[in-house]
Structure formats: C-alpha cells, structure tokens
Design a binder for this molecule. Structure first.
Ligand code: ADP
Ligand code: GLC
Length: 479
C-alpha cells in the first residue's frame, strides 16, 4: 500500500514531543511489512539542508502569501515530502512558538497550508506516486479530511490520529475565508467549535477512521473528564474510533548500543549500568546512595504530566534516601519550583531546565526509576524508554501508562510479570504511597533486578502495532 502521512514533527529532524518519535519510527516498521510511506512535513530550518538532496515535484506560485514547492527526499531511512514555503516555515524560534514563547500568530495559516497540500497530494498524487490512503496526525493536519470533503472529488480514504486531545487547534472563524474553506462545512456538524474553527474537530468529523495512541485513552476520550469538549463528537463516531498502542524505535533506544552512554549494558550485564548512574549523579550534583533509587523525570513541565504532584512528594523521596534528577521545560512556574527545590536540597535534587536528546538517553541509562505521574497520558513514551533501559517506570494508571506497565502487586510479583509501579488516582497521597512502595521494592535487590530484566525484554517495538495499522489501512482501502 502507498500511504501518505501528514504531520508537523518527525524525529530525528524536528521534535517537541512524542508525536515526532512516532512519525519518525512507525513508517520504518510499515516499510518492513512491504508498504511505502511518505511523510509530508513543513521544511522548517532544521530540514532545509535536505532540500538540496531532493527534486521539487510540485510548485505553487502562491500558497497563502508566497511561493511553495514540495521536495521528495530519502533521509535517515524515511521518505520525506518537504513543503518549502519560506514565508510560513523558514524562521527562527521553535516550530510552534516565536522568540518570546508565544504561538506564531499565523499558525492557523501555516498548518492550514500543510493540510491543503496534504489533501492536494492525496487527490492528485506527486511525481507519479499516488497514495492509497492518507493518515493525518493531530490538529496540525486536521484540515486534510476537511479539504478532501470539500473537493467533492473521489478521494482516497483518510484516517486521523489523536495524539493528545488537549491540543485542538482552535482559531478565529475568520480563518475560514482566508484558507478558502467551505462555509458549508463550518457548522457544528463540521469543523465549527462554538464559533471557532476547530482543526482537530474537522479531522474527527470528516476522516473515515479515527485512531488514538492507546486502547485505554480511546475509552477515556469518550468521557467529559478526558474528551475536553470533543467527547460528544467522539461518542457519535465510537464505531470508527480505535486505540492502537505506540511502539518505540528499538534501534534508536537500545542500552546495548546507545552511543551516548558511559557504558553499554544488557540484561546479562546490569552491573555496567552503575557507571551510567555515577555519571548522572556527578552531572546533577547528587550524592551517591546505593540503598535508595535515583529517580528521574524527562518531560514537558505541565500540569498534564502531574509534576506539581511530584513537587509535593520530594520530601518523601529525600526522607527515603532517594535522589531526583529532572530534565524538562514548559510552564514557567513549574520550572521555577523545580529549580527552587534543587536549590533547597543540594545533593538530593538536581534540575536541568532545557531540552536535550542526549541527556534524555543518559538519564534513562543512569537512573533507577523514571517517574511519569501524568493526570492524563494518551500513550507516553518515556515509560517505554524506561522499560527498555531497565529504568523502572512509576506511573499513574491512565491512558497508555495503564496499557504498558504492569504494577508490582502481590499477584504480578508471584506471577513474575511485574514491570513497574502504578498508582491511582492522580493525587499527592497516591503518588506518595507509590514512592514508598518503590523504595521498599528497591531494598529487595533480587526482586528489583528480576523486574529490571523483565522490563528490558518487553515487546515494545512497532512490530505488532504496525500490523494493526496495516490491517486498518487495508480494510479501508478494500471497502
Ligand atoms: P509528550 O509527547 O506528551 O510530551 P511522550 O512521553 O509521548 O510525551 O513523549 C515525550 C518525548 O519527548 C520523549 O521522547 C521524551 O524523551 C522527550 N522529551 C520530553 N522532554 C524532554 C527534554 N526536556 N529533553 C529531551 N527530551 C525530552
Ligand atoms: C502526545 C501525547 C503522548 C503520546 C504522544 C505520541 O504528545 O501527549 O502521550 O505518547 O503524543 O503519540
């Protein structure tokens, strides 16, 4: 099958979160199954150097205020279609935010343009290649199914994946005429959301199928607590909604070969992980204590991630002899609170405000525990990287965290299948208890090591989920 992906991020080229990891890895797994995946991405500055390796296959004199071209490039094992439109994508700042940290004012135009080109390629093909199906990801590609619907033409089937319903792409209704969208579709059954243009909503209304990134989140999304205003629409499309669990790139995240680790290790050489812990302690100025775990967090610092809860239990971590290393950026108040905690508890808490791919690998390599206390988590990838590195995940029982970690309770320990610690609900009390349980378990080294080995051998690559996507694509194409 020929599948067109439309997305706004793709690892290793440009990443703000897990969306990039997924877009950078699932196409490779689908390719192994014999399918051709092309990923349409904006040619941000990070991608410009690849343009010279490709051919412009599509040229437009005017794409909402400037010329545009689409280049086809093979880069790092992926087939990219790069949308070059300098007036929209060639700028300093991050891909969504300006230098002051505010959303680019023209984001509705930038990602409307991405979606329009996605729809155009779906309908007309590009360079002789025609997709059998288009797979749009998140609100940034949400208008693809809308443009397909308004074309009135015979279009290939479309799928939209919700990676996080908290981000919906809601903009002033005036964008409808700017983007040449049909006013006929701008109503509550279409992409209107209380007077605003809802990009994700449009995708959910008009795509043939809706997927999300874990089976539990697919169920949660139908409730007001998790659906964030779209639960009604999702309920009406319940039969078209399916949860397919994310996998990880097992080659990119492999403690046996990871080039940034101090020492590589596998299930048979767990002792070598200690060198990575020592490196991490030195890096974050933490005291050594082999009797209590070194906890880490690698995350956007937001309330979604429950990190305000974590701040409240730092005293428990310290009382139990544990240490905490945090890497993240986001909410300024949370950033300040963590920096403050590190200042108050030197040797016990270390914090790095920033984004570093290398450091994130080194933390997974060196820590004993990765904490993911999210209030909601569509899938979550850091707990999966934790499993792979034998860094035991402590997670809130929600979304993909519920689907990927087996809590170390009496039954699972007896059955020898525990892979981490779960707690619920997302409260300070429950998290506090989880910290105690984790420290207790850590003091049973045999039990802990067995759990590490089990975690490291979980099947968390893309093989299974890629087959589920392929089956879904096939069923839509055949019907
Ligand atoms: P989300 O996409 O909601 O942020 P995920 O767990 O799906 O959450 O994915 C987060 C991804 O971003 C992971 O690959 C994680 O390692 C990475 N990440 C998050 N914060 C940082 C950071 N400050 N530095 C490096 N990597 C980070
Ligand atoms: C979103 C979600 C996260 C998920 C990622 C990739 O960013 O917040 O839970 O893992 O998308 O699907």
């Amino acid at each position: 099958m020929n599948i067109l992906f439309v997305a706004s991020e793709c690892s290793p080229f440009v990443k703000t979160g897990g969306l990039a990891d997924v877009i950078g890895s699932v196409p490779k797994a689908l390719e192994k199954l014999g399918h051709t995946i092309k990923v349409l991405l904006p040619a941000y500055p990070q991608l410009q150097k690849w343009l010279k390796h490709g051919d412009p296959l599509l040229e437009l004199e005017d794409l909402f205020g400037g010329p545009a071209r689409v280049f086809s490039v093979r880069a790092k094992g992926l087939n990219l279609l790069l949308l070059e439109a300098p007036h929209l994508f060639d700028r300093e700042g991050t891909i969504y935010l300006d230098e002051e940290g505010l959303d680019w004012e023209d984001n509705p135009i930038r990602f409307g343009a991405l979606s329009l080109i996605g729809a155009k390629i779906s309908l007309d093909g590009i360079g002789g290649w025609k997709p059998d199906l288009v797979h749009a990801h998140d609100w940034q590609a949400g208008l693809v199914p809308v443009y397909l619907r308004q074309s009135g033409r015979q279009a290939p089937p479309s799928i939209i994946t919700i990676h996080n319903v908290a981000f919906q792409g809601l903009f002033d209704g005036a964008i409808v005429s700017t983007l040449g969208l049909s006013p006929d579709l701008f109503n509550p059954d279409g992409f209107e959301y209380w007077g605003h243009a809802g990009y994700l909503k449009g995708g959910l209304a008009f795509a043939d199928k809706i997927t999300t990134v874990s089976p539990t989140y697919a169920i949660e999304l139908l409730t007001p607590d998790f659906g964030m205003g779209l639960e009604g629409l999702l309920q009406s499309r319940k039969n078209d909604l399916v949860g397919i669990l994310n996998g990880i790139d097992m080659a990119e995240w492999d403690p046996e070969t990871d080039p940034v680790l101090e020492k590589n290790y596998n299930t048979k050489s767990l002792k070598r992980k200690v060198a990575n812990r020592e490196w991490l302690e030195a890096r974050f100025g933490l005291e050594a204590n082999p009797d209590a775990p070194l906890f880490c967090v690698i995350s956007r610092l937001t309330t979604q991630k429950g990190l305000d809860l974590l701040l409240e239990v730092i005293p428990t971590i310290v009382e139990r002899g544990g240490r905490l290393a945090v890497l993240g950026t986001g909410d300024k108040r949370l950033e300040a609170a963590f920096v403050n905690a590190a200042g108050n508890m030197p040797g016990k808490v270390g914090v790095e405000i920033g984004y570093s791919e290398d450091l994130s690998h080194k933390m997974q390599g060196g820590a004993d525990v990765v904490l993911v206390p999210s209030r909601f988590e569509p899938c979550g990838l850091t707990q999966l990287y934790g499993l792979r590195y034998g860094t035991i995940p402590v997670v809130c029982r929600t979304g993909g965290l519920a689907d990927t970690i087996i809590d170390a309770n009496a039954a699972s320990l007896t059955m020898k299948c525990a892979t981490g610690i779960q707690f619920s609900p997302a409260t300070v009390e429950a998290l506090d208890q989880a910290i105690h349980r984790t420290c207790d378990l850590f003091q049973q080294p045999q039990q802990w090591k067995t759990m590490m080995r089990r975690a490291m051998t979980q099947e968390i690559g893309w093989d299974h989920s890629a087959e589920l996507y392929a089956d879904l694509y096939r069923s839509l194409i055949d019907s």
